[in-house]
Ligand binder design. Structure first.
Ligand SMILES: NC(=O)c1ccc[n+]([C@@H]2O[C@H](COP(=O)([O-])OP(=O)(O)OC[C@H]3O[C@@H](n4cnc5c(N)ncnc54)[C@H](OP(=O)(O)O)[C@@H]3O)[C@@H](O)[C@H]2O)c1
Length: 325
């Protein structure tokens, strides 16, 4: 070790090529911004081009080596193939791909229309596979690179009123595990899986909704930047599985070790903490079948749980009192 080497700043690594799906909003946007702040080349992917252009401008201001906007629906396999080809044309390689594109639909399973149910699976599950299908051969050929799939704690538990999302995220978790096993001897090619709990993003306002009430992140909701940090950590030091959220392990333990208690409590707890009783909604498809550009942004506009939960209790009690009159 050279004397006083601790005073020398570590050399800045050369810029990576980082592809982010869902890059115009929430967790994906935070991942793109953090890659930009690291001086990486950032490729921004989602459906709405104008939202991606805004995100690209933010990345340029944050210090990105370059930005490339590739409007793509991850549910469309041919479009994903063209997207990755465009990245290779521009950069000649891919160092990391983070698949954060995702959508939600609320409502009892049989009340969510078939096209919305299929739409959630198409983006969340088929989209993850489409991305893997076209990224993995590139990483394997390069003998280097990371693919990070964003799942959810809901891929480890059951959540009434979120069946399409739960089915899709159990699928993403299974997919990640399958890909990890199939590529366990792939040297410097890594597949990581990150499962956030409640995160304060617009996904709850964006959701298709047949439940009658707006959704909200279950407490304790963390910031999209915090999840993005874990995702970047997984790119730098890949690990197979990652829960991100202070309550994830409690939910998973309850689901696994006390299934009877879990099944009784989860419905009332969801109504109390994961729906907003002050925001009644007409049935709608949300962003499941197409982008709602006006709602793409870093954070959601939900009030904190410490306000929302007592407000839900008061609202429900008021409803009960009125119906008893
Ligand atoms: N927020 C949470 O509490 C939470 C918790 C656990 C897991 N997650 C997961 O984290 C990921 C990111 O969620 P978020 O909360 O950041 O959501 P968000 O703020 O709603 O962002 C979703 C992003 O995905 C894009 N997108 C949606 N459908 C797409 C499609 N078919 N093709 C390409 N892009 C698409 C959206 O842009 P366009 O609509 O313009 O395409 C947007 O950029 C999702 O996989 C979600 O399931 C979120």
């Amino acid at each position: 070790m050279r004397p006083f080497s601790f005073l020398v700043r570590p050399a800045r690594r050369s810029p990576r090529v980082v592809v982010v799906t869902g890059a115009s909003s929430g967790i994906g946007l935070a991942v793109a911004q953090q890659a930009a702040a690291e001086g990486d080349h950032v490729v921004l992917v989602a459906r709405d081009e104008a939202s991606l252009d805004l995100a690209a401008k933010e990345c340029e201001r944050a210090g990105a080596a370059s930005t490339l906007v590739v409007p793509t629906d991850v549910g469309d396999d041919d479009a994903v193939q063209r997207c990755i080809a465009q990245v290779l044309d521009r950069h000649g390689r891919v160092d990391a791909v983070v698949n954060s594109a995702g959508v939600v639909a609320y409502g009892r399973a049989e009340e969510v229309p078939a096209e919305v149910f299929d739409g959630v699976l198409r983006t969340n599950l088929s989209g993850s596979m489409n991305v893997a299908r076209h990224v993995l051969p590139v990483l394997l050929e390069q003998r280097h690179g990371s693919l990070v799939l964003v799942g959810s704690v809901i891929g480890h538990i059951a959540a009434p009123g979120m069946t399409p999302y739960a089915v899709s995220k159990w699928g993403v978790r299974a997919l990640a595990h399958q890909l990890q096993i199939e590529n366990r001897d792939a040297g410097d090619v890594h597949i990581s899986y990150v499962a956030p709990g409640g995160v304060n993003t617009p996904i709850y306002e964006q959701a298709g909704n047949y439940a009658g009430w707006a959704g909200r992140p279950p407490p304790p909701a963390i910031s999209p930047e915090r999840v993005a940090k874990v995702i970047h950590d997984r790119i730098d030091s890949p690990r197979k599985r990652s829960q991100v959220g202070p309550a994830n392990d409690i939910m998973r333990l309850g689901f696994t070790l006390l299934p009877g208690v879990y099944d009784v409590l989860v419905g009332p707890l969801m109504k109390l903490a994961a729906l907003d009783a002050t925001r009644p909604l007409e049935p709608h498809t949300g962003n499941v079948l197409g982008s709602q550009p006006g709602l793409n942004r870093l954070r959601g506009d939900q009030v904190a749980s410490i306000i929302a939960i007592p407000r839900n209790v008061v609202t429900r009690l008021g409803d009960l009192a009125r119906s008893a009159q």
